[in-house]
Design a protein around this ligand. Structure first.
Ligand code: ATP
Ligand code: MG
Length: 451
């Protein structure tokens, strides 16, 4: 089997060979080329030491020099170049069958996580170097640990999560022995920094069908380790309108959500407060009163625990808090303006997408987007007509109010809010004259001395 190594990368490798070193491309790029996908990054492995690489190239960034990795700026690309690592275990007695590589390359490949990630290509000939049956696994669609999965997962507890991420990304299965090792290695998973867990998890959520990975995470016990709140939805019935339990419904909602991390997280967590808000009335009807608020609070704490940045936590919580609305064309313009004022104009499109994903997750059938698109059109018309949605859009501001004799302070904020309420109801009120008159009348109510 041969792989077409792009010419610039062949030229890159030649510099190593000309200087008496060797250089192979390894890992993801080899796998992706064999899958017929465009390889994102070509990672190189070499027997040259980082200090040798620094001498061979003009532009080298010492990204992870203590691990033997430097990034070489080569034409338009940055090529991660790693010195063969000899710390890994030797590949259980297996020896290369061809002669185009050194033992060091074999050792380097054997320390890699999965057979499909453990292949290399010789850039001079394009020859594939496949010591662990990676090509066969790629063809069969299998993620399989290199060597003994228990030992490999014991060395690095992140690998189980990576196995699931790759299975999700390529719609692969996980080899039974590899899968069976996951629940037995939860101790080493617990040692992994949450930032690394978060990265793998996010990447799984950004696959085209994350439910595949989420099922695997649940079945293997991993989800229970880092997101036990979500597991509580398993088996939680939802009443007549829902075909699925809360867990399955959340997974379908994630699949239906657009490829955006905030939206995917919001879809996953939008009902996470349902187990805590479950009740059944005397007629036997199931309710989840206030679940969106509980879900928003829980979603924040889950995401903070997983070290998501604040802006992600806040955006997700906001979407979750407001995900329950039932737009219908008979909403008045005033009702629509109030809704936009509550959720914020900027988050409206995302919120509508979450609503659609949620609706699609009810029965696993894509929801009709037209009613919500019509809602968006109406909002756009209101924006075009210069309707106010926030205090900032009002014809008067704090400065005008203080000219009218309002002291700076909380009362001013309250009156602006009150004026906004009026304007949301009736946009024709939004003029300096009219709002000034109203503000004057409101003075006594807010304990401000009349002029
Ligand atoms: P992606 O396209 O997602 O980046 P990749 O295969 O390039 O896929 P990386 O995380 O960039 O994945 O890692 C590059 C290579 O390094 C992998 O293909 C694998 O050979 C090896 N590798 C990465 N992480 C580990 C790990 N935790 N244990 C063992 N080998 C690993
Ligand atoms: Mg990569």
């Amino acid at each position: 089997m041969r792989i077409d190594v792009p010419r610039p990368l062949q030229a890159f490798a030649r510099i190593f060979f000309d200087a008496g070193f060797c250089c192979y491309f390894v890992g993801g790029a080899v796998r992706d080329s064999l899958l017929g996908r465009k390889a994102a990054d070509w990672d190189a492995a070499t027997d040259a030491r980082p200090e040798d690489v620094l001498k061979l190239f003009r532009k080298v960034i010492p990204t992870g020099i203590q691990h033997g990795t430097v990034s070489v700026r080569w034409q338009d690309a940055l090529i991660e170049t790693t010195t063969f690592r000899i710390d890994g275990h030797y590949a259980d007695g297996r020896r290369p069958t061809s002669v185009q590589f050194s033992d060091d390359l074999a050792a380097d490949l054997s320390r890699r996580d999965f057979t499909v990630n453990g292949m290399a290509v010789d850039p001079r000939s394009g020859q594939l170097i496949d010591l662990f049956g990676g090509l066969a696994d790629l063809k069969a669609g299998i993620i399989r640990a290199i060597g003994d999965p228990l030992a490999r997962f014991g060395e690095d507890g992140l690998r189980p999560l990576r196995a699931i991420r790759f299975a999700t990304r390529f719609h692969f299965t996980i080899d039974p022995a590899t899968l069976a090792a996951i629940p037995r290695c939860l101790d080493s998973f617990r040692q992994v920094a949450l930032e690394r867990v978060r990265e793998e998890f996010s990447r799984t959520l950004l696959c085209d069908q994350p439910s595949h990975g989420l099922q695997l995470l649940e079945q293997s016990g991993l989800l229970g380790e880092f997101l036990p709140e979500l597991c509580l939805g398993r088996g939680l019935a939802q009443g007549d309108y829902h075909a699925f339990d809360v867990f399955e419904h959340s997974l379908l909602a994630v699949d239906a959500a657009p490829l955006d991390l905030t939206l995917r997280l919001a879809a996953l967590l939008h009902d996470i407060g349902k187990p805590a808000s479950f009740s059944r009335d005397q007629a036997g009807v199931i309710h989840f009163y206030g679940h969106e608020q509980i879900s928003a609070t829980l979603a924040s704490s889950v995401l903070r625990r997983l070290k998501y940045p604040n802006h992600v936590v806040e955006a997700v919580a906001h979407l979750v808090r407001h995900h329950m609305f039932d737009y219908s064309p008979d909403w008045s313009d005033a009702a629509l303006r109030r809704f936009v004022a509550k959720v914020g104009l900027a988050s409206l499109p995302t919120l509508l997408q979450l609503r659609l994903a949620d609706a699609s997750g009810l029965r696993g059938v894509k929801a009709d987007p037209r009613p919500l698109l019509a809602m968006l059109d109406r909002v756009e018309a209101l924006v075009a007509a210069d309707n106010a949605f926030t205090v900032k859009d009002l014809a008067i501001d704090g400065h005008v109010l203080s000219c009218l004799g309002w002291p700076k302070g909380p009362a001013m904020g309250r009156v602006l809010q009150e004026l906004l309420e009026l304007v949301l109801d009736d946009p024709t009120m939004n003029t300096v004259e009219r709002l000034s008159l109203v503000a004057e009348k409101l003075k006594s109510k807010h304990g401000v001395d009349q002029a």
